[in-house]
Write a protein that binds this ligand. Structure first.
Ligand code: NDP
Ligand code: 2IT
Length: 444
């Protein structure tokens, strides 16, 4: 296969899907050599079968707001690939959600899930519903209406959704409640559930903690430690919060966090106590990060991203394409030695090239943020065993999964000159596992 030709073919068949093209393009470029060394892959047209989702369900969601107005949104589930297990991946509620974004996320999820070594295929779903400013009742009615359609396409052995942007414990609870009523079963059809009804300890922490564990592994390859390092984080949601929590507990200094309105810069570092304030502000009051700057008297920059601030390490944890080529160059010029992605595809292709050319430690999301879905996989195991494991047990398993993903990246991504290209390592390792599973199961 010629990766440019395959990509151009997909662009012709699926125009106007830039995020999907971007995610596919990055993977194709890094697996081209490996793919071409297996002629049997081409014989079975594995590449198109791996890039095009198995199916996409799309539907209208009708719900009523607090003023009695009947509203509509679009809902989707992209079931990308089930070669190694049931479809698995989050649900995103954000005004920007469209088919292209969910296709890129489901495609990435397939490789990420393969890296975890747990039996999970790849999927993603969501809606263009904007949760900002909605009351609890409106959120509940929307979640129920969304599941009224989606429930017939999901199940504990077919497709297991979880959270993502705009979907946390509250939304999972409402969706699970409605699912249970319709399906008449109490099973592990969702992960990220509350502890009282089948959730796993450590699932809220897992993505952020896992990213820090991965970062520690990367730093160790250069004999470096986290303690004393200055870190810029973007976002202030689930992933950002627990990334900060783990970093602070390990002695790093977190100087920025953000939301879609702007970022705060606290040169003294966000302490445990200040992080508690952020968690309450974001998870309970659902306020804006600007309020942190007002409370603690630090800098707030409206309408900007934090990458202009000096740091040793950057951990983008908000959304896709949030570091562009210029911002990557600024980070490098300011001495940044590592970028570990909590978000999915936060760096543009120009930014990725800049990081790789500078030979810094650079971990793509599908490796670095795989801790979230890994603990989701562990939640599924606990649900099928009808048992619940201790935090310590889950955390230990999370650590060893992240170490294993790191080793896979080193194995498949180490270049002749010794530089570890984690992008290539993650893509090749994930691809080989899914490709082998597909080959062995025939032409489907
Ligand atoms: P949350 O909804 O909890 O938080 C998202 C954060 O990012 C908020 O601070 C939000 O600001 C900000 N944000 C969202 N969209 C934009 C945007 N377009 N521009 C600027 N800021 C934005 O989501 P999560 O923390 O769960 O997810 C963050 C990232 O991590 C996503 O890329 C997600 O796909 C990825 N991820 C999540 C996992 C999980 O387990 N939750 C697992 C692996 C990856 P605001 O409040 O203003 O919208
Ligand atoms: O992007 C992701 O890996 C997630 N949003 C978590 C998916 C999951 O099924 O836990």
């Amino acid at each position: 296969m010629n990766s440019t030709e395959v990509l151009n073919g997909l662009i012709r068949r699926f125009p106007n899907e830039p995020e999907y093209h971007q995610a596919v393009s990055e993977v194709l470029a890094s697996i081209e050599d490996v793919y071409n060394s297996h002629p049997e892959f081409e014989e079975y047209n594995l590449i198109e079968r791996l890039c095009i989702p198995d199916r996409i369900v799309s539907f209208r969601v009708t719900w009523t707001d607090d003023y009695g107005r009947v509203r509509t949104n679009m809902g989707y589930r992209v079931q990308h690939n089930c070669a190694i297990g049931p479809y698995k991946g989050g649900i995103r509620f954000h005004a920007s959600v469209n088919q292209s974004i969910l296709k890129f996320l489901a495609f990435e999820q397939t490789f990420k899930n393969a890296l975890t070594t747990l039996p999970m295929g790849g999927a993603k779903g969501g809606s263009d519903f904007n949760p900002k400013g909605k009351s609890d009742d409106e959120i509940m009615r929307f979640c129920q209406a969304f599941i009224l359609e989606l429930w017939r396409h999901i199940g504990p052995e077919t497709d297991v959704p979880a959270g993502d942007i705009g979907v946390g414990g509250r939304e999972i609870g409402y969706m699970f409640g409605m699912y249970k009523k319709l399906a008449r079963e109490h099973t592990g059809t969702f992960t990220g559930k509350g502890i009282t009804y089948g959730g796993s300890l450590m699932r809220p922490e897992a993505t952020g903690y896992g990213n820090v564990y991965f970062l520690q592994q990367m730093l160790a390859t250069r004999g470096l430690e986290l303690e004393g390092k200055t870190v810029c984080i973007s976002g202030s949601g689930n992933v950002a919060q627990y990334t900060a929590e783990k970093l602070i507990s390990l002695g790093a200094k977190v100087v920025t966090m953000s939301d879609s309105n702007g970022y705060i810069y606290d040169p003294d570092g966000i302490t445990r106590e200040k992080l508690d304030y952020i968690m309450h502000l974001k998870n309970v009051e659902r306020g804006r990060i600007r309020e942190y700057a007002e409370k603690y008297g630090c800098k707030y920059v409206e309408g900007a991203r934090p990458w202009g601030e000096k740091c040793d390490i950057a951990m983008p944890s908000a959304t896709q394409n949030e570091i562009n080529g210029d911002e990557a160059k600024t980070l490098l010029a300011n001495g940044c030695i590592a970028v570990s992605e909590g978000a999915n595809m936060p760096s543009t292709p120009e930014a990725v090239d800049a990081f790789l050319n500078a030979r810094i430690l650079y971990a793509p999301g599908k490796a670095a943020n795989a801790g979230g879905v890994s603990v989701s996989g562990l939640e599924m195991t606990q649900n099928s065993q009808k048992l619940s494991w201790s935090s310590e047990e889950v955390d230990n398993r999370l650590k060893s999964i992240m170490e294993n993903i790191h080793s896979q990246c080193v194995k498949y991504g180490t270049q002749a000159d010794g530089y570890v290209n984690y992008v290539k390592g993650a893509n090749v390792s994930g691809f080989m596992k899914v490709a082998t599973a597909m080959m062995e199961q025939g032409i489907l």
